[in-house]
Write a protein that binds this ligand. Structure first.
Ligand code: NAD
Ligand code: TDX
Length: 331
């Protein structure tokens, strides 16, 4: 059962598993919030996928789905995922990310299911620009935003269910994903679709913040490998050595889309915004033999630009409302 399977990474994960693991049957469990699109899963092999349109906070629906589809594992992507939204209104983050994860963990405990908690490097807070260290599995939790604090809390719940009840939990903390099907509120798709809509890209602060980019397919392969080969009770960090400043990424987008290097606007920084994330993925490389296949960020970015160019219908309906929301926040 893939919670949040109609969102960005969930969609890519479902597509990856259907394509590469022919014996797997998937139940997508998704509330279809603003961040999801049912179209994402259209055209996929119908006898290998079922859809439950429901809330992870609704334990009766979760119970019914597990029984109806004989679920043996939960891969838990469902979340409120956008930092800026969490700053405007933390309430849905507390509900879905914390309470929803609790509901699913209880279901996993009742049915003795394998449970994979999809989490983020943001739980570790941020690093100084010149810090020689990167995040590892033993880095302390120091979340900065309401979003990352709820993800941190959910990770703690997952670990407690392993330690206290023996629920077979694994956790992955991954860095920033990019690729197809990402909501246009997020940095890379926002800038690409701005340019495609004749709007100047918007960069927070001075664009100095650093993110550690990984192609979404590499994250999905890593999650599958943890689900199948990971040791219950363990955490794995996923990253592809992709550190770049926001300004470097924006300039690459501008160049790939035929614009000048200064065709953007600087806007207000995110309150409390994290400076730098950096993942040391040594453990998953060593223990599970995983490694990223998309090693050329610029090529991945060019393919992502093409995807948004060719899928205008997928995003155009959201553009005005997303930009209006950003304008109201000074972004
Ligand atoms: P997303 O916002 O694109 O998708 C979230 C999905 O969850 C949507 O389909 C939405 O409908 C669903 N959902 C939300 N609330 C729900 C609820 N109460 N019940 C059922 N479904 C609900 O998010 P994403 O970027 O694909 O992220 C997926 C997961 O990966 C999240 O847990 C996020 O914290 C984590 N993560 C994301 C990144 C990244 O770069 N995007 C990096 C590391 C970790
Ligand atoms: O228009 C923008 N301009 C800009 O400069 C936007 C939307 C963002 N930014 C900056 C803020 C961040 O420094 O770009 C960086 C990336 O921003 P987001 O795309 O919002 O991602 P981030 O806050 O880093 O979080 C993402 O990665 C970790 C996901 O949204 C999280 O779900 C995941 O946990």
């Amino acid at each position: 059962m893939v919670t949040g399977g109609a969102g960005f990474i969930g969609t890519n994960f479902v597509r990856y598993v259907l394509a590469h693991h022919p014996d797997t049957h998937i139940v997508v469990y998704d509330l279809l919030t603003y961040a999801a699109k049912m179209d994402n899963l259209h055209g996929l092999i119908p006898d290998r996928i079922d859809m439950v349109h429901a809330d992870i906070c609704d334990s009766e629906s979760v119970e019914r789905a597990i029984r109806q589809y004989h679920v043996d594992a939960i891969v838990h992507f469902a979340a409120e995922s956008h930092n800026d939204n969490s700053i405007q209104d933390p309430a849905p983050f507390i509900r879905t990310n914390l309470y929803g994860t609790y509901v699913l963990l209880e279901a996993a405990r009742r049915h003795d299911l394998r449970f994979h908690q999809v989490s983020t490097d943001e739980v570790f807070g941020d690093l100084d620009f010149d810090d020689p260290h990167r995040f590892t599995e033993t880095s302390p939790y120091r979340p900065s935003s309401p979003y990352s604090a709820t993800k941190a809390g959910a990770d703690h719940l997952a670990r407690a269910w392993w330690r206290t009840y023996g629920t077979r939990v694994t956790i992955s903390n991954c860095s920033n994903n990019y690729g197809p099907y990402q909501h246009i509120e997020k940095f890379i798709p926002r800038q690409i679709t701005n340019i495609l809509s004749g709007i100047r890209p918007r960069i927070y602060g001075q664009g100095r913040a650093i993110r550690d980019w990984i192609h979404v397919e590499d994250d999905c392969r890593a999650i599958w490998s943890i689900l199948v080969h990971g040791v219950p009770g363990s955490t794995y960090l996923i990253g592809a050595d992709g550190e770049l400043s926001n300004m470097e990424v924006l300039r690459m987008i501008l160049r790939l889309m035929g614009r000048g290097p200064d065709e953007f606007d600087l806007v207000a920084d995110r309150p409390g915004g994290d400076r730098r994330y950096a993942i040391d993925a040594g453990k998953i490389r060593r223990d599970l033999g995983w490694q990223p296949l998309h090693r050329d960020f610029e090529q991945g970015l060019a393919e992502t630009i093409d995807w948004y160019r060719c899928h205008r219908k997928w995003w155009a309906g959201d553009k005005q409302a997303v930009e209006a929301r950003y304008r109201a926040q000074g972004h």
